[in-house]
Design a protein around this ligand. Structure first.
Ligand code: C2E
Ligand code: CA
Ligand code: CA
Length: 511
C-alpha cells in the first residue's frame, strides 16, 4: 500500500462508513502505518489532513438533517431518506456494498390512530419511531412516511441476504408492538413489515426501492396482522390488477353488480332452516364471480364500506321479505359488519330506518361481529352501537369464535346472543379427538353463559352429527348448502322443506 492509498482510504472513511469518533480512535495507529509504508510525507498529510476532513465531512452529513427534520419528532422525512439511499446506491456500485429498505405500517392504522385523537396519534408515532431507531445501528436512517408508517434504510453493509432481512423485520416488529401507555390505557399496536433488498430492487434509484418496499408492506398488510413480506416482482402486477378493480368498484356498487348471496343455517335438532347468512359477491362483467376476500380490502381502502353495508343490508332485508311472501318462515337473516361500519355513530338509527322500510321487526336481523373486533375492549363507539342494536332487539352473533381472544367480560359487554364456532375447530371434529375436545369446551362455555351456538363450515355428515351430539344448536356449511343467489334460494328452500316433510312422513309410518 502506498502513501497515496493510505490517504485515499482515509478520504473514503471520511465519506461516511465509520463514525468520526471511530476514526479518531484509529488515527494514531494509521499515522504510524502511513510513516511505515511511505515515510514522512504521507504521515504529515494524514496527521494534518484527516482531522480537517473529518470535521468537514461531519458538517456535510449534519446539513440535511438540520434543514429537513420534522421539528415535532426529530426524525428524518421521506426526501432525506431518499437522498441518503440514492447516495448509498451510487456508492454501492463502487464499493461492492449493499443496503435494504424497510417499511413498517400499522395494522388497522385508521382504527389505532384515529380512535385516540390527534395528540395521541403524534405520541404513538413518535414513540414507535424512537423504538424503531433503538433497534438500528449507527448510520441506519429511520424516516416517517405520510400519512402513517415508517421507513428504514440500512447503512451500507457487505452482505445482507433474505434471512438477515427477515430477522431484522422481526426485530422491528418486536420493537413496534411492545405495549404502549397512553392516557391510562395500554395499547397493543401491531405492525406489518415489507422490505426490498438492493439486489432485488426493480430499479437502481431510491424512489424505485422505497416504492418496492411499500408494495411489499402493502402486501404484508393484506395478509396481516403482523405479517412480513419481501418484495417480489409479481407484487407489482397484482397491485396494478387491484388498482384496475378498484376503479370499477363504485360503479359496481351503484349498478348492482355487488349483491348478497345466502347460505342457510339449520337447526341441529329439527333440520329446519333457522336463518341465512348474507355473503357479498361481485358479479364482475369480465372476471365472473369474485369472492369477498378479493374485493373487501379494496372496499375498505376506497372508503366504501358504508356503501357496501347499505347494499348488502338492503339485499338481505328484501330477500327476507320475499321469503316471507313465499311463506317460508325463515326467522332471520344475518349480515356481516366490518369494524369501520360498526364505528358509525348513526348505525343503530340507520338500521332501524331500514327495518321500518321493510316493516320487519328488529329480531329478524342478526349482526355478525368478528371476535377480533369484539376483543377491542377500548372501542366505545362499537360498544355503544352494539348495546343500542341489542336493546332494539337485533341478534348479535360473534363470528369466527376461537380466533380472536375476546374475553368473557367482552362477550357480556357486547351483548352477544350467539357464538359462531370457527370452521378451524369444526373441521374433522368427528375424527380428530383434539378438535372434538375443543368444540366441546366452547359449547360448554356457551351453555354456561346462556348463549346459542352455530357451527361454521360443516362439510360432512360426520361433522354435522358430532356437533349436534355435542349440543351445538345450529349448523352452517357446504355440507348443508353453499352460498347461493336469492333466486336459487327459492328452489333450495322448497327442496329442503319437502325433504324434511318426507323424513317426517317416513318417521310417522314407521312408528
Ligand atoms: P365469514 O363471515 O366467516 O363467512 C363464512 C365464509 O366461509 C364464507 O366465505 C363462506 O362461503 C365460507 N364457507 C361456508 N361454509 C363453508 C364450508 O363448509 N367450507 C369452507 N371451506 N368454507 C365455507 P366468503 O363468502 O368468501 O366470505 C369470506 C368472508 O368475507 C366472510 O367470512 C366475512 O368475514 C366476509 N364477508 C362476506 N360478506 C361480507 C359483507 O357483506 N360485509 C363484510 N363486512 N364482510 C363480509
Ligand atoms: Ca360471518
Ligand atoms: Ca365466520
Amino acid at each position: 500500500m502506498s502513501g497515496k492509498d493510505v490517504v485515499g482510504a482515509v478520504l473514503k472513511a471520511a465519506s461516511g462508513r465509520l463514525s468520526g469518533a471511530e476514526w479518531l480512535v484509529l488515527l494514531p495507529g494509521l499515522t504510524l502505518l502511513a510513516y511505515w509504508v511511505g515515510g514522512e510525507p504521507p504521515m504529515i498529510a494524514l496527521a494534518i489532513g484527516a482531522p480537517v476532513l473529518l470535521a468537514l465531512s461531519s458538517l456535510m452529513q449534519r446539513k440535511p438533517a438540520q434543514t429537513g427534520e420534522q421539528p415535532l419528532t426529530g426524525f428524518a422525512t421521506e426526501p432525506i431518506l431518499l437522498d441518503r439511499l440514492d447516495r448509498i446506491l451510487a456508492d454501492g456500485t463502487l464499493s461492492g456494498r449493499t443496503t435494504a429498505c424497510f417499511v413498517v405500517l400499522f395494522d388497522e392504522a385508521d382504527a389505532l390512530l384515529d380512535r385516540h385523537g390527534r395528540a395521541a396519534r403524534d405520541i404513538i408515532l413518535r414513540q414507535t419511531a424512537e423504538r424503531l431507531s433503538l433497534t438500528t445501528r449507527e448510520g441506519d436512517i429511520v424516516a416517517r412516511l405520510q400519512p402513517g408508517g415508517f421507513s428504514l434504510v440500512l447503512a451500507p453493509v457487505l452482505r445482507f441476504d433474505l434471512e438477515t432481512a427477515i430477522q431484522l423485520a422481526v426485530r422491528l416488529q418486536a420493537a413496534a408492538t411492545a405495549p404502549l401507555a397512553l392516557d391510562g390505557l395500554t395499547l397493543h399496536p401491531s405492525v406489518s413489515v415489507g422490505f426490498c433488498l438492493a439486489q432485488r430492487s426493480p430499479g437502481p434509484t431510491a424512489k424505485a426501492m422505497l416504492e418496492a418496499a411499500l408494495i411489499a408492506a402493502d402486501e404484508a398488510l393484506r395478509n396481516g396482522p403482523g405479517a412480513i413480506r419481501a418484495f417480489l416482482p409479481e407484487m407489482t402486477a397484482r397491485r396494478a390488477d387491484r388498482a384496475t378493480l378498484r376503479t370499477g368498484l363504485e360503479q359496481a356498487l351503484d349498478e348492482g353488480q355487488i349483491r348478497p348471496w345466502f347460505q342457510p343455517q339449520v337447526s341441529t335438532d329439527t333440520g329446519e332452516i333457522t336463518g341465512c347468512e348474507a355473503l357479498a359477491r361481485w358479479h364482475h362483467p369480465d372476471r365472473g364471480i369474485l369472492s369477498p376476500t378479493e374485493f373487501l380490502p379494496l372496499v375498505e381502502d376506497a372508503g366504501l364500506s358504508a356503501r357496501l353495508g347499505e347494499v348488502i343490508l338492503f339485499g338481505a332485508l328484501s330477500a327476507l321479505s320475499r321469503w316471507d311472501k313465499a311463506g317460508f318462515g325463515i326467522a332471520r337473516v344475518a349480515v356481516n359488519f366490518s369494524a369501520s361500519e360498526l364505528r358509525n355513530p348513526r348505525l343503530a338509527e340507520k338500521l332501524k330506518w331500514e327495518l321500518d322500510r321493510f316493516s320487519l321487526p328488529p329480531n329478524r336481523l342478526t349482526i355478525e361481529v368478528l371476535e377480533t373486533v369484539a376483543a377491542r375492549f377500548d372501542d366505545d363507539i362499537i360498544l355503544s352501537n352494539l348495546a343500542q342494536l341489542s336493546a332494539l332487539g337485533c341478534g348479535i352473533d360473534l363470528d369466527d369464535f376461537g380466533t380472536g381472544q375476546a374475553s368473557i367480560a367482552n362477550i357480556r359487554r357486547f351483548a352477544v346472543t350467539r357464538i359462531k364456532i370457527d370452521r378451524s375447530f369444526v373441521a374433522r371434529a368427528d375424527t380428530d379427538p383434539a378438535q372434538k375436545r375443543m368444540v366441546a369446551a366452547i359449547l360448554s362455555m356457551a351453555e354456561r353463559l346462556g348463549l346459542e351456538t352455530v357451527a361454521e363450515g360443516v362439510e360432512t355428515p360426520g361433522e354435522h352429527a358430532t356437533i349436534a351430539q355435542l349440543g351445538c344448536t345450529h349448523a352452517q356449511g357446504f355440507g348443508i348448502a353453499r352460498p347461493m343467489t336469492v333466486e336459487e334460494s327459492f328452489g333450495w328452500i322448497e327442496r329442503h322443506r319437502s325433504g324434511l316433510a318426507r323424513v317426517a312422513q317416513v318417521g310417522r309410518v314407521r312408528r
